[in-house]
Design a protein around this ligand. Structure first.
Ligand code: ZN
Length: 102
């Protein structure tokens, strides 16, 4: 696979055992997010488009499966949920940050 470029600053990401990281701006993309393996194709998509389509297969801390898109925002990965009816959702975002509601 091609080395993905950082979606924030364009630098080539470095491969770590469990993540891709940007040594320039500190962006980190884990290979597993909320129980879902983030495939190289998804990483590429995320780096190119700064977002992915809505994907299923995530598991919340409460062990409930859910679907969400991954979006790069403020140099971190956040979940973007497909519906507004997720207002009662309290799952943490992919990197332990804010949950973005659409
Ligand atoms: Zn960067």
């Amino acid at each position: 696979m091609n080395i993905p470029s950082c979606p924030s600053c364009g630098q080539q990401l470095k491969s770590r055992p469990y993540s891709w990281v940007c040594s320039n701006c500190g962006l980190q993309i884990n290979n597993i997010i909320s129980g879902k393996v983030i495939s190289p194709a998804i990483i590429q998509q995320l780096c190119t488009n700064k977002r992915t389509p809505v994907m299923s297969g995530f598991i919340s801390k409460a062990r409930k499966p859910f679907s969400a898109a991954l979006v790069i925002r403020d140099n971190r990965i956040v979940f973007e949920f497909p519906n507004n009816d997720s207002s009662s959702r309290s799952d943490d975002a992919a990197m332990g940050g804010a949950v973005v509601r659409v």
